[in-house]
Design a protein around this ligand. Sequence first.
Ligand code: NAI
Ligand code: MG
Length: 361
Amino acid sequence: QVGRILFLPGDGIGAEVMTEVRRVIGWLARRGIEFAVEEDLVGGAAYDVHGVPLTDATMAKANEIGTVMFGAVGGPKYDDLPFALKPERGLLRLRKEMDLFANLRPAIVFPALAGASSLKPELVEGLDVMILRELTGGVYFGEPRGITELADGQKRAVDTQVYTTSEIERVARVGFELARKRRNKVHSVEKANVMHTGVLWRQTVQALRDRDYPDVELEHMYADNCAMQLVRRPKQFDVIVTDNLFGDLLSDCAAMLTGSLGMLPSASLGAADANGRRKAMYEPVHGSAPDIAGQGIANPIACLMSFAMLLRYSFDLGAEADRLEKAISNVLDQGYRTADIAQDGCTRVSTSGMGDAILKE
Ligand code: NAI
Ligand code: MG
């Protein structure tokens, strides 16, 4: 047995696409690669049973098992709940209490889908960029923050961008490690020209590289230029390391290069323990898609690609991850498409039909 995984399928299509991951886990088990899978409730599904989007017991289990495969949460049924009980709070609590500070969002363009990009096919064909976003610091959390009334009746809003050396270093380290297993190039992205956090970011990343990763190529780039370069010549990038705010924007930007929300995986990693093991959560970028939930037509590829990341980053099963990704790529070459990525002349398949084709391949 290679390890334990906590399954949190959640709501809507979250549960539907996670079923296909279960089938791949079954396929691996029959070939001697066995995971112990436990399953629990999160989001609306947890609220329905327990009255909260994530129970303390589930939170403790996630921390104990350390590796979470997450589907999606939310739905119209829960839209009017008070803030603290909203399904998304379950997800945010997991990220926070597992201290998942490194958010990996790959933007990969499969050859068969290059035509679905918002850019010209030749600009994106074969694209494989990893955006690494710092997830627990920066302006979304920095103090002071808030809105105050001024004496003259105006209001004043404050958010604070804060980073410490150690916060920058730990995420940059993940970036250099990733690059070593890829094309050995890191772009560190900030605005050192106008922000002090940018200056510290640049100095810290450069010092870490010079000290521990002299073999990795490092380039610094301003965030605005990076946004431009991503739509101008995206294939110049291998790994992009950036802060919470810039990473939020740049990862959405890179996502559109790939075409469909149903294709985008993600991973969030925490600090390595003494044995080099990191707490981690893997999830598709998309939500619970209430508009198509229950119809069996959701695209399971984002979730399966997230599982491939789990194999690679949590269990060092890189060959198995490559194999799964290759099967997905081949199935797309053969013309199999769920509704969201359908093209003329393709073979339209359901969620499980896509799972069948990938397992067969
Ligand atoms: P969404 O990602 O659920 O759906 C946006 C659009 O993309 C919909 O038309 C949907 O049908 C389509 N889509 C998404 N994933 C797909 C897939 N795998 N296959 C085929 N089509 C797919 O975002 P939306 O509609 O803004 O939010 C719906 C619910 O999901 C809300 O309650 C929202 O809060 C929640 N949500 C949860 C997230 C999470 O759990 N990480 C992330 C984003 C939204
Ligand atoms: Mg965003």
